[in-house]
Each structure stands twice: as C-alpha cells, then as structure tokens.
Write a protein that binds this ligand. Structure first.
Ligand code: F3S
Length: 425
C-alpha cells in the first residue's frame, strides 16, 4: 500500500508504539481488501457499534485501557449503538440477575471507558445517530469510519456519505488515527450497482419485507432499485427517510447490503441515474407474490409456535420522532376500536434518548403512557441475545431483530392488531 509521508511516519512509530500498531492494523485490514492507499476520515463524528459491557469481552476492555493510558483516543467525537439495559423494560428477577450480575457486568466501567475515548455525550447511544435530535449526520461525500450496519447503509445510501461496513474496533481505530483504507464503498467503482431491482408491486411494500427480499437476493452487492420512487415519492422528506431507515436495516441484516440506490430518490441516483448501473448487472423482479414468498419463508423459532406472545418490540432500528407519534396515535385509536384500556401484550417502543426527550415534551407522551406501552432507549437485540430472553415468544416488526434472535416477524399493521386486540384472538 502506498502511504503518505505522515502515514508512514505514524506506522514507523513517530506518534508512539500504540499509534503505530493501530496504523499497522488498518493497513493490514485494507491490504486484505486490495486497498492501495489510506484516505482521511472527513466526517465530523464517528459511530461505534459496541455499546454493551459484556463481562466476557475482557480483551476489549484491556485494549481500551491501553489506548486511554497512552492517549490514543479518538480524534473525533463519536456516538455509539444503544445500551442493552433499562429497568423500565419488562423483566423478571432471574433475567435481571443474569443481565446485571453476569452478562452486562462491565457496563458501567465500559461506559466510563467510552467517555474517555471520545463519546460525544452521555446520551449519544443510538443506532439512528444521523437523526437531527442526535446530530451525527454526515454530509454528502464525507468519508466515515463507522460500523453499525443499519447506520452505514443509511449514511451511504440516503446521505451520500462514504463508508465501508467495518467491524467493531476497526471503526474505532479509524477514528483514532484519522485515516481509513480506500476500497469498496469508498470508491466510485465500488458504488456501482451490480443488481437492478424492479419493484412491480400493487402498492408500496412494507419497508422491512422489501429490504429483506433485496438483502437475501443481492447479499453484499449494490442494488439499483427501479419502480419504488413512483410509490414512495421523489423527495427525501421525514416519512421517506424513516421508510428508508427501516428498509436499509433489513437489506443490511437479511443480507449484507452497505449501499443501495433508488431511481429518482437517493442522492447519487438523482445525479447519475442509470449510469450507476455496472455492465452485466443482474435483474431481480419483485412483485406481490415474491414478497409473500419471502415473508412465508421466515422460520418460526419459538418452541411452541402457537404460544401467546409475551413481549413485543417496535423500534429496531430506533424509531424517529414522527414514527413514535404515529405509533402512539395508531395504538390509541386501535384500543378505542376494541374497547381495551391497555395493550394486550407487554410492548416496548425503542428510540434514541434525545428522541425520547423530545417526545416526552409532546401531549402524545401521556397518551402513550396510558396505553401501557413502555418507551425505552435500549437495543432490543441486546435484550434478547441470551438464552433466557431467547426462550420467550417475542414478536416484532423488525426484520433485523427476527434475523438475529428468536423473535417472530409481523408487519406493522399485524403488530398493531395483535397488541390492541384487533386480531380478535
Ligand atoms: Fe439498532 Fe439494536 Fe436494532 S442497534 S438496528 S436497535 S439491533
């Protein structure tokens, strides 16, 4: 790899042994993917994927201590994925014991390490770091060092920033040294679409099912999507961005998509149009039957497939303020229709701390409280990723949560019916 004079000096130890090792790691990482140079990180903020203090991650804590002791902290402030624990989320004695004493026993000390390394704020824990309330919104063309897959695909596709799907720690190293290897989604060539997806459905598809279908088909490739903006619109307004947030998270988790282009909608597709499509790109046609086929193929991981759900999660990725308001109105209206006072299934809506703060100033906050829904800042995946919660029959409208846990997927309107009793079960 060809390094600049400054990069070579860092590698040779001019800024100390630790910085040299960090640079060496990034150079080796880039070389593996064929990078020929390192480029500066230009985004104002980083975003780390690891927010949870799992007791078993001892080598990570030792590494963090070493970085802090040697002053090798992040050059840029960063946000981080949501925390795993919140006492407001329904739990029982055994789970609390397992969560606090065994699983996430290092949470407090890890939080303190993150602060020393450059955490932007005590509230900077959310996968939707790019929302206005949180403020980590990159500019078009910015080069980033992020890892969280739902945030990376959003930054690349909706905001036009440039970031690879890095792993945890690699993204921190990029933020510390201020350079990332130049390959993949950082390059013009790597941003070309090798799939054309033709959406031919009778109505706007459920974002999470469309994303799932595309993710499972194209895997890590870049799709260019035609036919969607005709139904979704051609402006990136709040509602469209929220749709794309959920759609992108499903493409990134049901497959490994880091960037998608939507004809007439996303910034690069608006500028370059079909010129973004690579030669010999393959075609995938999605109609109503294909979406049905994909949804019907999701395995039910519950021990008893007929069990009554014990918990419902909505908000993976975290909900926007407008989504929170809409869900609140829909749940309240649903309960009014069925004559129930509270939701039938313990339900948790998740959103960023700053979004929750903004929501709590609105009249809808009281309405939501009255429905019995709990509002939390946690990551539902971190809550469920253990044998105790894994055995619970949990329902969700998140295809990411379904993919990584035993959670069962339902569309948003199905979830609404189930929790408000509209399903007449
Ligand atoms: Fe966000 Fe956790 Fe889902 S990080 S995307 S809420 S798995």
């Amino acid at each position: 790899m060809e390094l600049t004079k400054e990069q070579q000096q860092i590698l040779d130890g001019a800024q100390g042994e630790t910085m040299a090792k960090i640079m060496k790691t990034l150079v080796m990482y880039g070389t593996t993917f064929g990078a020929e140079k390192m480029v500066p990180v230009t985004g104002k903020m980083g975003h780390l994927v690891t927010s949870f203090g799992l007791g078993v991650m001892k080598p990570v804590y030792a590494l963090m201590d070493k970085l802090i002791a040697e002053g090798a902290v992040s050059k840029q402030k960063f946000t981080v994925d949501p925390k795993p624990l919140d006492k407001n989320v329904p739990s029982d004695f055994l789970k609390n014991l397992v969560f606090n004493k065994f699983m996430y026993s290092a949470q407090d000390s890890y939080d303190a390490q993150l602060e020393k390394l450059g955490l932007a704020s005590k509230d900077g824990y959310s996968c939707t770091c790019y929302l206005d309330e949180i403020g980590n919104k990159p500019e078009k063309g910015d080069v980033l060092s992020w890892a969280e897959s739902s945030a990376v695909v959003y930054a690349n596709s909706v905001l036009g920033a440039r970031c690879n799907r890095n792993s945890g720690i690699i993204e921190l190293f990029g933020s510390i040294v201020g350079y990332v290897p130049y390959f993949g989604l950082l390059t013009d060539e790597g941003r070309k679409a090798t799939w054309v997806v033709e959406v031919k459905t009778s109505k706007l598809p459920e974002a999470q099912v469309l994303g799932s279908a595309i993710g499972m088909k194209v895997m890590e490739d870049v799709p260019y999507i035609k036919g969607l903006s005709e139904m979704l619109g051609t402006q990136l307004n709040d509602a469209v961005c929220a749709y794309l947030k959920d759609f992108g998270a499903a493409t990134a988790s049901n497959g490994a998509v880091g960037l998608y282009h939507i004809d007439n909608l996303t910034p690069e597709a608006k500028e370059q149009g079909p010129a973004l499509i690579a030669e010999n790109a393959r075609t995938y046609v999605i109609d109503d039957a294909e979406l049905e086929r994909v949804k019907a193929g999701y395995p039910v991981m519950w021990k008893d497939p007929d069990a009554k759900p014990k918990l419902c999660f909505v908000g993976c990725p975290h909900l926007t303020l407008a989504q929170l308001k809409e869900w609140t109105e829909n749940v309240a209206a649903g309960l009014k229709r069925t004559g129930l006072k509270k939701v039938k299934i313990p339900t948790v809506f998740t959103a960023a701390p700053a979004v929750i703060e903004a929501f709590n100033k609105l009249p809808e906050a009281e309405t939501l409280k009255n429905t019995g829904v709990v509002l939390s800042y946690i990551c539902p995946l971190m809550y469920m990723n253990n044998p105790l919660a894994g055995k619970m029959p949990v329902i969700t409208n998140s295809n990411k949560l379904r993919t990584y846990t035993t959670g069962r997927y339902y569309t948003s309107s199905e979830i609404l019916d189930i929790i408000t009793g509209g399903d007449r079960q």
